[in-house]
Design a binder for this molecule. Sequence first.
Ligand SMILES: *Cc1c(COP(=O)(O)O)cnc(C)c1O
Length: 428
Amino acid sequence: MLYQRSSALFAEAEQVIPGGVNSPVRAFKGVGGTPIFAKRAKGAYVFDEDGNRFVDYINSWGPMVLGHAFEPVITAITERAQLGTSFGMPTALETKIAQLAVSMVPNIDKIRFVNSGTEACMSAIRLARGYTKRDKIIKFAGCYHGHSDSFLIQAGSGASTFGTPNSPGVTQGTAKDTLLANYNDIESVQRLFEANKEEIAAIIIEPVAGNMGCVPPIDGFLNQLRAACDANGTLLIFDEVMTGFRLAKGGAQELYGIKADIVCFGKVIGGGLPVGAFAARNEIMNYLAPLGPVYQAGTLSGNPLAMAAGLAMLEALNNDTAVFDRLNEKTAYLENGIREVLEANNIVYTINRVGSMISVHFDSSPVVDFQTAKNGDNDIFKTFFHGLLREGVYIAPSAYETWFITDALTYEDLDFTIAAVNNVVKHF
Ligand SMILES: *Cc1c(COP(=O)(O)O)cnc(C)c1O
């Protein structure tokens, strides 16, 4: 495939946008080469500026669970735009999507809309701190909760229980309030509780991790977290920005039957427009301004175009009772196909999958946390990534990402993808 126009557009972008991109992972740093510029997309396919077609497994990093340019969403946005694009006054539309979200997701009474997953997680943490009157939080290594300061933290050295900044610009003062635990390791959580008695406001977790590849919670882990939170007066925050409205109508809470205290959303809930949200039961949500003392706001929060897109998306997911089963079946079919191909070619691999989240790791040992996720062979991944591109299959340009499966994929597309994997790995 030729990427002449993409290369030229990237060179031009680099002059005026840092690294030529508005979000770093798009820059292909993890895989080498230069990014492909998207021109349009429809259903399961994305078309680039050079006219190449790809079967798309990025899908805007999750939102397009029903495929690109999904008609009801496009119609809703187009119609809504005629009525004005922002008011700074409440609209009936906001209540409508809030009612629907509250009806679909377990254990929430009220929901507040923001503009990104980052904002949702940042606000959820502030609310948890205000509500519990405690400062510290626990996060898990390898989980991503957006780019706000409290989350850009890595494990501290040696005996320290608190983290250190993993980006310049994040202060030590912020880092000392974020404690790092290991995913699927309840003892690492219990040690933090013991060393920080009555100081921990919240545990925040991706109930199925999707930002170190797909890493499912091991049996009982989420239950143990729930129990540890209850024993310590700590709130459990599920960051369902990736899993929400993807794994089930009610997200991971429904799938695993675990009750979270605060739930964060993003990605699918906006139908491809910039939307995030956080939600909880009344007691907690009423702590938020203007009802309560915890401040949180947004000029464009609940924007009518974004709410129209989100509402059309949630309605489609709510009305189609078979959609989550279909997504699961399609992804299972893809998983089995890729397994057969990798085995036939004697490739060392691990595949993790929950519903329509799946990741291929080039390492034979189980991937259960950030440490084991890092064991994967990145050189093989790079070759795999570029090989798939040549075959017309676009997966995320990083070994630490899930593939996002959309219901727009047909079984022919899946067979095409499995054949592409075979064409690539037979040369390994
Ligand atoms: C994508 C993501 C975020 C951040 O959302 P943005 O909209 O990119 O700010 C937060 N948490 C999880 C689990 C995510 O996957």
